[in-house]
Design a protein around this ligand. Structure first.
Ligand SMILES: [Zn+2]
Length: 386
């Protein structure tokens, strides 16, 4: 036996620990669970599905919560009070914990239909998860990602018509309560929406110029941390490619941003910021300096799970075959597991290539789950190779 080999194995084991020590993005899935309905649909005895996923960049932690009543009495609807998808952290206000997003497809909110998938895609060098909904006319996917030490989340929303259906119209409605829940706390604020082009205050409607309004900054001039009031403002960036038109209804309580999208584009990218803890001046200065590079990064990032993007199935198959051969007799017992994995990935790859996000997540999960199998295979191969 070559004495350098055990050292090589120890080195390979030490590397993931080193990567961990450098930090990264951690993602935690609280798991789907049922709770008795209270405020969600108001019907005693109904069961509401809940699931929370948090992403922590090392600088800022965001949490996202799904909620929807599953009782058959609602047919294909999954009602949940003011919305099905909220952002309880960094702060319950700003991007509203009780539902900050609606995705209107052919006139109905896709997020009120069945949630068919919500799971982590990756963590470490980047952190992300996806949620998928089944609207009668389209499959709606939302991927949310954080990069290390980032203060905001990057989002990719896709709509894919189901066979024989057409997406005639699609729009996104984003709801925020900047810095303070004014009305419910019996206080009067002064809501604003500011873009690089204009700053309007309540009560008005801001008609967006997509190419010029490259960031949307939502703040309250009264509830400013610099004045010892409120929690801090929030913001959004919406990549203009898919945007047909948009408007921000600047109310005295919520600010609702409605963006009509071009159905043929199939997806829209956006970024959301919760500036909890910052003064209005600090948030404004951040956006003036960083919104443009943040938009460039949003456009550049590949939302596919890294393990899927970086794994070439043919090379993976060739590597597995060589490792099995090198592992010789020690590999025989592992061969059925390897063959099963290769067959599974082959079948999923075709679906993933056709744009099926669930298949793509299944590949990522299968590859992650195979870590131990391949570690054993590599060890046997190293010990047996001539
Ligand atoms: Zn219900």
């Amino acid at each position: 036996m070559n004495h350098s080999r055990p050292f090589g194995i120890i080195l390979a084991l030490a590397l993931p620990l080193a990567a961990l020590a450098q930090g990264g993005v951690s993602v935690f899935d609280g798991g789907a669970h049922m709770v008795a309905s209270t405020f969600e649909c108001g019907t005693a005895g109904h069961q509401v599905k809940k699931q929370n996923i948090t992403i922590d960049s090392g600088k800022t932690r965001y949490a996202f919560g799904y909620s929807g009543c599953t009782d058959p009495a609602h047919g294909d609807q999954r009602p949940s009070a003011e919305g099905n998808f909220g952002m309880p952290e960094p702060w319950v206000g700003n991007w509203y914990w009780g539902g900050f997003i609606q995705v209107m497809v052919n006139g109905t909110d896709a997020l009120t239909y069945d949630l068919t998938d919500m799971r982590i895609l990756e963590s470490g060098p980047r952190g992300s998860f996806q949620a998928v909904w089944k609207h009668p006319d389209a499959t709606i996917g939302l991927r949310i990602m954080m990069l290390p030490w980032s203060n905001h989340v990057l989002c990719d929303l896709s709509w894919k018509p189901v066979p024989d259906k057409t997406v005639k119209s699609v729009s996104v409605v984003l709801r925020c309560y900047p810095s303070f829940f004014t009305t419910s706390q019996h206080r009067q604020g002064e809501r604003h929406c500011q873009t690089p082009r204009i700053d309007l205050k309540q009560p008005q409607t801001l008609d967006l110029v997509p190419d010029k309004d490259t960031y949307l900054y939502y703040y309250d001039a009264i509830f400013d941390k610099a004045k010892g009031e409120g929690t801090g403002p929030c913001a959004a960036i919406i990549a203009p490619e898919a945007v047909a038109s948009g408007k921000v209804a600047i109310g005295d309580y919520s600010e609702d941003t409605t963006v009509s999208l071009k159905p043929e584009v199939g997806h829209v990218r956006f970024a959301l910021y919760d500036f909890a803890g910052l003064t209005n001046a600090e948030a404004e200065a951040y956006l003036k300096a960083q919104a443009a590079p943040d938009l460039a990064e949003l456009l550049k990032v590949d939302f596919r799970p890294s393990v899927v993007r970086e794994t070439d199935p043919e090379k993976f198959r060739a590597e597995a075959t060589k490792l099995l051969a090198d592992a010789a007799d020690d590999g025989v017992a592992l061969k059925p597991q390897v063959d099963e994995l290769l067959a599974k990935i082959g079948a999923l790859k075709a679906k993933a290539d056709a744009g099926d996000w669930q298949a793509e997540a299944d590949i990522a999960q299968a590859l992650r789950g195979a870590d131990e199998l391949f570690w054993r295979l590599r060890t046997f191969a190293a010990l047996n190779s001539p």
